[in-house]
Design a protein. Structure first.
Length: 278
């Protein structure tokens, strides 16, 4: 058997991030060939990934970013199994590397993101490598992006919640502050749509049925149920659509009024919100 030195083991560990004993065994198996040892460790990572496939990965971090010109923004959620790993500096750096690659390449879907090259391997292959190093299930569990004339991002403290918001105009005085405020509004109030016309029909139908049943339980006449339910729907719109919500910083005005005060033509084109546990 080829004698493996501590220096060789440590060098392989520095390259791969795998454990010392795993590195030693891989070097022994490869006869001291570093490239073969790396491949052995990667194969081990694939085995670990398969073994952990049925585990729940509900911890992790969420990161939102925009490009320098604020015309493209993305938010990505990478899950792991434990909070200990989520706080690990290497894991945090890995997720930041994924986010930076997304900003550079502007993929439009999670599959396109996973196919991007990161350090000579696809992001999907890198995920498998991370499983081998860490020994936990690691997966991209959410990716959203926005292209707009102006896009702003907000990362909530602790990286468990992040948002991006797209606007129809750029170059407005104070736009950075406006963008941040609305991105924070989305984080805090979790709207379901930009305006009432953007709410999914299935959500509307569900809310109407809920409103009818509530009125029925209150003993209201059957012929009044539809009217009462529509009244409740208007309340739903106010509480759950971004432009009609009370502005968190000043509840005397709506988000729509806040934007109009800044610029009468300023509009929100869309938003995305990702949070751990959702």
């Amino acid at each position: 058997m080829t004698k493996i030195t501590a220096t060789e083991v440590n060098n392989l560990r520095q390259i791969t991030g795998a454990g010392m004993m795993d590195c030693k065994k891989a070097l022994e198996e490869s006869g001291g060939d570093v490239e073969k040892a790396i491949e052995i460790l990667r194969k081990k990572g694939q085995k670990v990934a398969s073994k952990r496939a049925d585990k729940e990965a509900r911890e992790g971090i969420v990161i939102a970013m925009t490009n320098d010109s604020h015309t493209f923004g993305m938010v990505v959620k990478v899950n792991c199994e434990t909070d200990f790993v989520a706080k690990n500096a290497d894991f945090v750096q890995f997720v930041n590397d994924i986010a930076n690659k997304a900003i550079q390449s502007a993929p439009k879907s999670v599959d396109a993101l996973k196919a991007l090259d990161l350090n000579g391997r696809t992001i999907e292959e890198n995920l498998t490598d991370q499983v081998g190093k860490i020994g936990e299930k690691i997966e991209i569990n959410g990716y959203e992006c926005i292209d707009s004339p102006a896009v702003y991002a907000y990362n909530h403290m602790g990286n468990k919640l992040a948002t991006i918001v797209g606007f129809n105009k750029a170059g407005i005085n104070g736009m950075d502050e406006i963008g941040k405020e609305i991105a924070m509004q989305v984080a805090a109030m979790n709207p379901v749509a930009v305006d009432k016309d953007d709410v999914d029909e299935k959500i509307i139908e569900k809310e109407i049925e809920i409103g009818k049943e509530q009125a029925r339980q209150e003993g209201k006449p059957e012929e009044m149920l539809e009217k009462i339910a529509l009244g409740k729907l208007n309340k739903f719109y106010k509480e759950n659509t971004l432009l009609n919500q009370d502005f968190v910083r000043d509840t005397k005005k709506t988000v729509k009024q806040y934007l109009s005060e800044k610029d009468k033509d300023l509009m929100v084109m869309g938003f995305k919100r990702l949070m751990l546990g959702e």
